[in-house]
Design a protein around this ligand. Structure first.
Ligand code: SF4
Length: 431
């Protein structure tokens, strides 16, 4: 039997697709390219914007066209929030949403045997269990481990809490076990990911554990040289947290704090829980504790009612925060979110023009950050092509064999890739 899988959307979705691919392989299936003829197509959908919905539907249609007799399985966030729409699409025979994916292979077999369409979407609000997918091996050196799911923040533009449900954390002992396994397999870098990582532990009743405990558990196994963190909530970064992070040399000096807007009025309308000053304080705390760290962010251009002045405030704020990298998205209204009640929506051309300005600023800030790092000493984990990333997420050519950690002084840039001279000192990370 042949299965083909494809993913739309975020890193967590990609993670979950990889985990499902492993489940099919373990059951003896052959995995083929999504454009090839398969018996089963799995489309891991996304609903973060209207475009994501459209693309999810297009991928389902593409699967059906590739083999009209095949079973199409729709999973992920769009399938979760719009199961009836998805189930009605040609070829779709199973809709799983954001739960029940660990049993995907047996459910597929059941549907194939019965050959009738089924929708098994557990409402997001009823999802209580963390789905313990294994880590995803991104390469031979780096693996991603999902340790948290769900979000209860209900930012007014965001559909994710409706698609992913309440907070669920992976228990600490499972994190330790999984990372030890990866260390034994020779993995050197672990990326810890989640939907709202900073909420890690809040649902683990009576254990009073936080993300710092999860990081500690993941950094312990010998052989693991680096821990990279997914997106963090600005208010999570207190002085104590910044100091704790700085004392762990395995933590990559790259921190992603989603900003969304630099205007306090817009942040309030977005139902974000921090002010621009509080955000900036978090950035300062990280930089005081780890001076060379890269701070990266997401920004939404043209949220409901955003005035030209508020947009200018965001541009000025980003300049002041001196981000190493910015991901910019024009605002896209999601049905069912609180933004629907806000009104005062901007035209597409205004949103696109503002996004363009922010993207141009982000490019300048990246160049500035990279220039500022010339002369600094970094450690790079070499990948299969000899290049790799420093802890502060600078791509560096090394020519070293895969898996080796090289200490270099950065000497120049070729576009966004740096080069450097190798230093013979020992790595500061003891593994
Ligand atoms: S914190 Fe806000 S933006 Fe992030 S997933 Fe939760 S609701 Fe969405």
């Amino acid at each position: 039997m042949k299965a083909a899988l494809t993913t739309l959307g975020c890193k967590v979705n990609h993670y979950e697709t990889e985990a499902m691919r492993e489940l099919f392989l373990a059951d003896g299936w052959t995995i083929v390219d999504f454009s090839d003829a398969a018996d089963v197509y799995v489309v891991n959908t996304c609903t973060v914007t209207q475009t994501s919905d459209t693309k999810s539907r297009q991928m389902i249609a593409r699967a059906h066209r590739a083999n009209p007799g095949a079973l199409v399985v729709a999973v992920g966030c769009y399938a979760q929030v719009s199961p009836e729409t998805v189930a009605a699409l040609d070829g779709v025979g199973l809709v799983l949403g954001t739960s029940g994916r660990r049993e995907i292979v047996s459910r597929v077999r059941e549907v194939l045997a019965a050959r009738k369409a089924e929708t098994r979407v557990l409402p997001a609000a009823q999802q209580r269990e963390f789905e313990p997918f294994s880590a995803v091996r991104d390469s031979r050196t780096r693996a991603t481990l999902k340790i948290q799911d769900g979000c209860v923040n209900f930012c007014s533009y965001c559909i994710i809490p409706y698609a992913r449900g309440p907070l669920r954390s992976r228990p600490l002992d499972e994190i330790s076990r999984e990372v030890s396994l990866l260390a034994n397999e020779g993995y050197r870098e672990i990326v810890l990911t989640g939907i709202h990582l900073a909420s890690y532990g809040r649902d683990l009743a009576g254990q009073s554990v936080t993300l710092l405990d999860a990081i500690h558990a993941a950094s312990e196994p010998a052989g693991i040289a680096r821990i990279r963190l997914g997106s963090l909530e600005p208010l999570f970064v207190t002085q104590a947290v910044a100091e704790a992070l700085s004392k762990n040399p395995k933590i990559c000096r790259q921190f992603h704090l989603s900003l969304q807007s630099g205007s306090d009025a817009v942040l309030r309308r977005m139902n974000r829980r921090y002010t621009s000053e509080e955000y900036l304080r978090a950035v300062e705390l990280l930089r005081e504790a780890m001076p060379d760290c890269a701070v990266t962010t997401d920004v939404i251009a043209g949220f409901c009612g955003e005035t030209e002045e508020e947009h200018r405030e965001t541009l000025a704020f980003c300049e002041r925060a001196a981000f190493a990298r910015m991901h910019v998205f024009p605002f896209s209204l999601r049905k069912g979110t609180r933004a629907e009640t806000l009104g005062d929506h901007l035209t597409k051309s205004v949103k696109d023009a503002r996004a363009k300005e922010l993207i141009a600023l982000g490019k300048r800030l990246t160049e500035r950050y990279l220039q500022s790092q010339i002369g600094s000493v970094v450690e790079v984990l070499a990948e299969s092509d000899g290049a790799g990333y420093s802890g502060n997420y600078i791509r560096v050519s090394t020519g070293a064999p895969e898996g080796e950690i090289i200490r270099l002084r950065l000497t120049g840039l070729d576009g966004e890739t740096a080069c450097g001279e190798r230093l013979n000192e020992k790595s500061f990370i003891s593994v």
